[in-house]
Design a protein around this ligand. Sequence first.
Ligand code: GLV
Ligand code: MN
Ligand code: MN
Length: 420
Amino acid sequence: MTLERVAPAVAAAVAAVKEDRLWRRHLQIAEIGATGRGGVNRQALTPEDAEARRRVLGWAAARGFEASVDPIGNLFIRRAGRSPTARPIVSGSHLDTQPTGGNFDGVFGVLAALEVLEAVDDAGVETVHPLELAIWTNEEGARFQPTTMGSAVFAGALALAAALATVDAHGVGVEQALAQTLKAAPVVNRRAFRFPMTAYLEAHIEQGPVLEAAGKTIGVVSGIQGLRWFRVEVTGEEAHAGTTPRARRRDALLAAVDMVRALRDLMLDATDTARFTVGRFEVRPNSPNTVPGQVLFTIDFRHPDGTVLSRLGDEVAAVCRAHAGGCAVDVIETLNSPPTEFDPRICELIQAAAARQGLPHMRIVSGATHDAKYMAGLCPTGMIFVPCERGISHNEGERASAADLAAGARLLAEVMLRLN
Ligand code: GLV
Ligand code: MN
Ligand code: MN
């Protein structure tokens, strides 16, 4: 189909995007797992995650859109196209959140794609390809590591068996939690991994301060910086705090603190490009008068340059061992995800559509990671960012404006239709 012939349909669908419907749905999903402090705790494969899935499935069913689910629980909602064999044009994100998460991270990408499917429907536009919404399982990686688990399994970057065997901090496995989630939010149709897609798009809040500072409504995302995750287990010896002389101690906490300091120094750069975070730190037995016998901590290390990501990431284990004191240390890498570059043709398409819609825009590299990185290995992929207030994210104070969210959804509508 030529652009000229598709243009009136694009205009009709874009005009049918409803800011108030999109905003209202954000508020409705925000009720599920609400913390009472403006944010949500809706971690992956919890009853809250199941409830959010049910809510979206209900909206889809009311439209007659068909739902399907794959073996790791990724959900797909389809508005059929004219050709039953044409590869779908897919867009989505995630409904799970951080323990103290906000109301837009992930949710926006899900609701924007649903809004596009509904707007296209309201405008009475017939597409050749099916349009599909994807809801990826466990994007956050807060409860079960690693992050972007569902899309990694879908793409073949992580074995299904390994994902299912992952346990949370209380020993509950993905397999059991997924079964409970799918029982609470049932979907009959089964979907295979790696089904062919025409293209994948993901709309998301930026989660950083760049767009707001530049006064832009849209980020045309050129790629995602690289990310490596490690779990470090330090084992010393529990001992009496009042009686054990220094020479006799094997204090896992002091060793872990030395490791974290040394790693912080390793990652320090003049340009403030490397991102180094120790987000989890567990001390056992966590008693005031026992020398800690065991510490577990996590490392989240990110860099846009794959060479630097490899070089510094490869030093992590050696640095930990060098600062172990008398303790034993195990460094387990749970994720190694190189930088991703999105398809230049998709970036061009997004940029041209933003210009046509009169939306101030700029190119941007994503600091956060997204399921789109795994889709980029399977089909032409791109992302659309909208600003969030002061760049605050992974925080209950995360905010975005209804107008910016609607602008992102309108842009997504045009891009999905122009791919048709
Ligand atoms: C996603 O939540 C990330 O950690 O970038
Ligand atoms: Mn996200
Ligand atoms: Mn997130």
